[in-house]
Design a protein around this ligand. Structure first.
Ligand SMILES: [Fe+2]
Ligand SMILES: [Fe+2]
Length: 225
């Protein structure tokens, strides 16, 4: 379900719609620092302006994607898409977040008082771990099974609104994480643990953005009135 970039520009598609319809667009938006998941409901031009980037540069990068293969390709059919989200995002968050909490605790303890130490990062990651786990359980136990039934005209507006609201909270946590770590930037001479922690944080950031994008912009609209 690929839509040519020019068609999307012509009908003034939002950033979220472009991310959903044009394979590879998410990587372009990430490169320009544009939020395509929680704040995906804005026009391309507005999103670019908010980030202080030239919309023409973004459009050129998106046009270059036409015909390109999306390495992040997710299945199209609803049950397969749900399985993909659970396997590639829910399970990955569950396996990686506890390790990030451990690494953050270590860095904060060993380097306490040094410049650039992300004080409070372990607590933030632990909060994210708990809130994400509760959120993903709700999706896995209630929302996703209902979606998999694929009943005709099934509308799930209320639970979807709740999940979208929680996605906004996850987005706020990512912004907090970005602030605490100076944009996930290592100080010079950072130790191996610190390096591993920040590499893991960059991956968490990418994974969580992509996860929310697939739900907000691809899966949920199929069940909204
Ligand atoms: Fe999810
Ligand atoms: Fe979700």
């Amino acid at each position: 379900m690929t839509t040519p970039a020019n068609d999307l520009f012509a009908r003034q598609a939002t950033v979220g719609e472009i991310a959903a319809a044009l394979p590879g667009a998410t990587a372009v938006f990430r490169r320009f620092g544009m939020d395509f998941c929680c704040k995906g409901n804005v026009a391309l031009e507005d999103s670019a302006r908010q980030r202080g980037v030239d919309v023409a540069d973004v459009e050129r990068a998106l046009l270059a994607l036409d015909g390109a293969i999306d390495g992040e390709g997710a299945p199209t059919a609803t049950p397969a898409l749900i399985d993909h989200i659970v396997a590639c995002y829910h399970e990955i968050h569950r396996s990686e977040l506890p390790e990030l909490v451990r690494l953050a605790r270590q860095v904060e303890k060993v380097h306490a008082g040094k410049a650039g130490v992300p004080s409070g990062l372990a607590a933030l990651l632990e909060r994210m771990r708990l809130e994400l786990d509760q959120h993903m359980c709700k999706e896995e136990l209630i929302l996703f099974p209902a979606m998999k039934l694929q009943a005709a005209n099934l509308v799930l507006d209320a639970p979807i609104a709740c999940m979208r609201h929680e996605h906004d909270d996850h987005g706020a946590h990512l912004r907090e994480l970005d602030k605490l770590t100076g944009g996930i930037t290592l100080p010079t001479g950072a130790c191996r643990t610190w390096q591993a922690l920040y590499a893991g944080l960059a991956k968490l950031n990418e994974d969580l953005m992509q996860h929310i994008h697939l739900e907000n912009n691809v899966l949920f609209p199929r069940f909204s009135a």
